[in-house]
Design a protein around this ligand. Structure first.
Ligand SMILES: CC(C)(COP(=O)(O)OP(=O)(O)OC[C@H]1O[C@@H](n2cnc3c(N)ncnc32)[C@H](O)[C@@H]1OP(=O)(O)O)[C@@H](O)C(=O)NCCC(=O)NCCS
Length: 164
């Protein structure tokens, strides 16, 4: 084994895993910092909402064997054969990393995994999102990942797009 392989063996691994009855409680316990509560819905609300949309795709974000975050996408290709132009086919709806695990690069890694997943979807061209404008918003985080402002605002939230 080379030095680099050894290093990679020791590295922590971020993955996206399905939410099941076994890990549901752990995912529901994840929370953002109190001052971030206005920026994203609770995981309980997001998981409940996801059950009403056939186009919802959601996963727990894991660090090795520990759930540390949550992501919910809208993937209209799961529901429709033809996508109407006015609605984004692929949309990043919710994203959170638990307060204890923020600022360590895990959010960035999780979005990179999401982008790799989205690239496998039929006719994947771009992914859209909206984020709050209030203090501590995730705009700069998304900017560094390549999501560009479109100049549009929806319900007071800024729109960004990333070309896949
Ligand atoms: C936004 C969030 C998912 C980022 O996850 P994270 O694991 O803390 O982010 P990372 O450590 O991977 O940061 C990646 C980069 O973004 C920067 N960054 C992260 N959050 C930031 C913020 N709120 N404002 C400015 N920059 C931020 C980091 O400094 C880092 O910069 P670098 O590439 O120069 O090192 C997480 O902070 C979170 O759950 N926030 C509350 C919920 C939220 O706002 N969700 C988004 C809703 S649209």
């Amino acid at each position: 084994m080379s030095k680099i392989d050894e290093f990679e063996d020791l590295a922590e691994k971020v993955t996206l895993k399905k939410i099941t009855r076994r890990n549901l409680d752990a995912v529901l316990k994840l929370k953002v910092k109190p001052k971030q509560e206005g920026l994203v819905a609770t995981n309980a609300k997001s998981i409940a909402q996801a059950h009403f949309y056939r186009e919802a795709w959601y996963r727990a974000i894991y660090l090795d064997d520990t759930p540390i975050g949550f992501v919910l996408l809208v993937d209209r290709t799961l529901k429709y054969k033809r996508i109407k132009q006015k609605n984004p086919a692929l949309y990043l709806w919710r994203l959170m990393i638990d307060e204890k695990y923020q600022g360590k690069g895990y959010g960035r890694k999780a979005v990179e995994l999401v982008i790799n997943h989205l690239k496998t979807r039929p006719n994947a061209k771009e992914v859209t999102l909206h984020h709050e404008q209030t203090k501590g918003n995730a705009g700069e985080f998304y900017e560094r990942l390549g999501f560009k402002l479109t100049g549009k605002i929806l319900h007071n939230e800024l729109e960004r797009k990333l070309i896949l």
